[in-house]
Ligand binder design. Structure first.
Ligand code: M6R
Length: 366
């Protein structure tokens, strides 16, 4: 049911305040400043004693995993590896005592992720999963499942499922930090109060839709596009590029901004727009240098910045302001404009937004 919306993708983008609310409900207890995961109760000791988490997933779910790596290493003080399920399953992966394998899948049916899950279980690992579809194959093959509760997602391009996966990972990182007693109660209280505002901050962020529609009128004429970000904005760059390529068929690549000078800079000229994800402040000066390098080569710069930004605004051709948030929320807040940019660019190119060519909603064959 599109409930009056023209496309499922658009509807699902705008459902994000509600889907995130559903995802956090029951898990986020701001009064006691606690994160709870009832589904992990039986595995608490194993999680406390874990030496490493190996995340296995594909596509957008793999990007969520990369974001989770930043969160879990920082707040859970636990080492994380993120693997493409398809590579993991055919390598001879080494699974040691104390390794947890975490599968991430919207559908719970992706063939490679399911095979990786089964392999990890056979090797004796504790297998957890993050999934949106209750009772799907991957949850059935796992010891415990954290459901994203985003509601059914129909558009082939994953939007609300992605943001709820990232939300579960943010909560999970704090949960691990709490049960390992690595986070000061006051720090946790502050972070959880902020996180509880996520649905309303997303609502505010969605107001950038008109700006993104306007930027798409420029962008949709190009054949190539580069997405750059540093730190946790790097996986956001990958996600922005995947959204754009899969529904608008514009060739797009995501890179860590620092990698630009190791190759991609050779591509930059007036035909290569560059989208900077620069809403995080920790590497502000460095991002400014990267923007100058692009401008010097006549590249068109589109920048996603926090609303208090002063410098990038003076340099970029197009600016998208998003609310100022902490690092656990920034990846979601920065992805929303990129979802909309892909959507409007695809429309202008007369592409089938909900059913892009050659793609299926769940990839149940290799
Ligand atoms: O259902 P899954 O999360 O396992 O699906 C993984 C990918 O096939 C999926 O994320 C794909 O990349 C999407 N079309 C991205 O929008």
């Amino acid at each position: 049911e599109k409930s009056g919306y023209e496309h499922f993708m658009f509807k699902e983008i705008f459902e994000q305040p509600q889907s995130i609310k559903n995802c956090m409900q029951c898990r986020l207890d701001t009064e006691r400043a606690l994160v709870t995961f009832d589904e992990l109760e039986d595995y608490k000791t194993e999680i406390i004693n874990a030496r490493r988490i190996i995340i296995v997933s594909c596509g957008t779910s793999w990007h969520a995993g990369l974001i989770g790596e930043y969160f879990i290493e920082k707040y859970g003080e636990l080492s994380v590896e993120v693997e493409y399920a398809s590579e993991f399953r055919y390598r001879s992966p080494i699974i040691n005592r104390g390794d947890i394998v975490l599968a991430i899948s919207q559908s719970g049916e992706t063939a490679d992720t399911l095979a990786a899950t089964e392999l990890a279980k056979a090797e004796g690992a504790l297998v957890l999963c993050i999934c949106n579809v209750v009772g799907a194959s991957i949850p059935r093959a796992s010891h415990a499942t954290m459901y994203t509760n985003a509601g059914i997602e129909i558009g082939v391009a994953s939007t609300k499922a992605f943001s709820s996966q990232v939300t579960v990972l943010a909560l999970l990182s704090l949960y691990i930090g709490q049960i390992k007693e690595k986070i000061q109660p006051q720090t946790a209280a502050g972070l959880l109060t902020e996180l509880s505002k996520l649905p309303s901050v997303i609502r505010k962020t969605l107001q950038c839709a008109d700006t993104m529609q306007f930027i798409a009128t420029e962008l949709h004429n190009f054949y190539n596009c580069l997405f750059l970000g540093r730190g946790v904005a790097f996986p956001v760059a990958l996600e922005g590029a995947l959204k754009l390529k899969e529904i608008s068929y514009i060739h797009a690549e995501g890179y860590p901004a620092a990698e630009m000078k190791h190759g991609p800079i050779a591509l930059i000229d007036d035909k290569m727009p560059v989208i900077f994800i620069a809403a995080n402040n920790d590497s502000y000066e460095k991002i400014i240098n990267n923007i100058q390098e692009v401008k010097a080569r006549k590249g068109m710069v589109i920048a996603i910045v926090a609303e208090d930004d002063t410098e990038i605004k003076k340099m970029a051709d197009f600016i998208v302001e998003v609310p100022q948030v902490n690092d656990l929320m920034m990846p979601i807040i920065s992805t929303i404009p990129l979802q909309l940019l892909a959507y409007y660019s695809a429309l202008l190119r007369n592409c089938d937004v909900d059913q892009p060519r050659n793609l299926a909603k769940s990839v149940t064959v290799e």
